[in-house]
Design a protein around this ligand. Structure first.
Ligand code: FAD
Length: 342
């Protein structure tokens, strides 16, 4: 059998090698790697963070078994939720005070211990602040190169990710013995939260590293839907001209049960807080409907919203680049049209 990590030599065999259909016994007999993936679960001890469901879908596409690691302080509810998710075979649970705040310094030794015991071929998490914070550290400790923010899985060792602010796609073949990657949530459907019946198993928590300490967090409270999972997003840019004028968008958003987003120019000008920023250096969103108001459509902004199902743009400049990606465009003064929408 030819080595599975040479894509050229195995043009038709990728799916066979990566498929769930390769049973453990065959994989041992023929020395074919048995795919098994660990998804590191993001949660707040009470609820699962939705991007974990997208990461589970990505993990399922690799073939083989999907296990989830839930590390927390008092996370029985999350364990119950995750064990019902379709596609999950096993839930590994570690509870310890040191997992408060999901510090990478504490979670990494746990993941390394878990990896020693179970020998996963892949380790992944959502490409959120949690995953971006944690998995590069895990990869460094395993001495492998991580693949970040993947948008497609071609085979168990070949992933697609965006480069140049989403203007080009890069297909990455990863020859590392353990593939460590983060998953762009908007590129994979959420795994169904019912229908699974995974068994749970406790894993021993290694002694706390104790090199950092979780003190507190202050979260923005909002009655509006979360920006990254909202079905409708109304975003404003520098064209709004002031923070006060964003009230037009808040009112519109409340009528549509929408989240409010913003361009970086609006954030930098202090119109809105930076957790509203959409784009390459902000949040990636892909709602059913994205309404861009007074936003020019710079590539860095498009990188965060161009996968939205329907894009509506309101801009007084008919040449604004946002119209190139918009399904519906309104060349108009935003102050006139958003007022008349009230
Ligand atoms: C490394 C890097 C990362 C970046 N990351 C991000 C990012 O994550 N997100 C992001 O958004 N940007 C990002 N940027 C900045 C980006 O390049 C643009 O500067 C920014 O997106 C512009 O924001 P804007 O469209 O609100 O402002 P402008 O480009 O100034 O556009 C304002 C628009 O409003 C329109 N307008 C003005 N008045 C009205 C009116 N009365 N009615 C209707 N339309 C009106 C104008 O015609 C114009 O098109 C990044 C840049 C760099 C270099």
């Amino acid at each position: 059998m030819k080595p599975h990590n040479d894509e050229q030599q195995l043009p038709n065999c990728e799916t066979v090698i990566g498929a769930a259909a390769v049973p453990k016994v065959l994989s041992k007999a023929f020395n074919i790697p048995f795919q098994s993936t660990l998804v590191v679960v993001e949660h707040n001890n009470d609820k699962l963070t939705p991007i974990t469901l997208n990461a589970i879908t990505a993990a399922s596409k690799l073939g083989g078994e999907v296990s989830c690691l839930v590390a927390g302080t008092n996370c029985a509810t999350v364990v119950e939720q995750i064990s019902k998710v379709q596609g999950v075979k096993k839930v590994l649970v570690a509870q310890h005070d040191s997992y408060k705040g999901s510090l990478p310094e504490e979670l990494t030794p746990l993941i390394l211990e878990t990896q020693k015991k179970f020998n996963f071929t892949h380790i992944c998490a959502g490409a959120s602040a949690f995953g971006k914070n944690l998995l590069p550290r895990v990869a460094a400790k395993l001495d492998v190169a991580p693949v970040s923010d993947i948008i497609e899985i071609k085979s168990p060792d070949t992933f697609v990710r965006t480069i140049y602010a989403g203007n080009a796609l890069s297909t990455v073949k990863c020859n590392e013995p353990i593939k460590v990657f983060t998953v762009r949530g908007t590129s994979f459907e959420a795994a169904p939260t019912e229908g699974g019946s995974a068994a749970s198993e406790d894993v021993a928590a290694p002694s706390p590293a104790g090199i950092s300490e979780w003190l507190e967090q202050s979260l923005t409270k909002s009655d509006r839907p979360d920006l990254t999972s909202a079905k409708v997003v109304v975003s404003g840019g520098r064209g709004l001209k002031s923070g006060d004028n964003f009230k037009l968008l808040y009112d519109l958003a409340d009528k549509m049960n929408a989240a409010v987003g913003a361009s970086r120019a609006a954030v930098d000008a202090g119109y809105v807080p930076n957790d509203l920023q959409v784009g390459q250096t902000g949040k990636i969103v892909a709602p059913d409907l994205y309404i861009a108001v007074g936003i020019s459509g710079a590539i860095q902004h498009l990188a965060g919203m161009k996968d939205s199902k329907t894009i509506v743009a309101i801009n007084k400049d008919p040449e604004a680049p946002i119209f190139q990606v918009a399904d519906y465009g309104l060349v108009a003064d935003l102050f006139k049209v958003t007022k008349s929408a009230e």
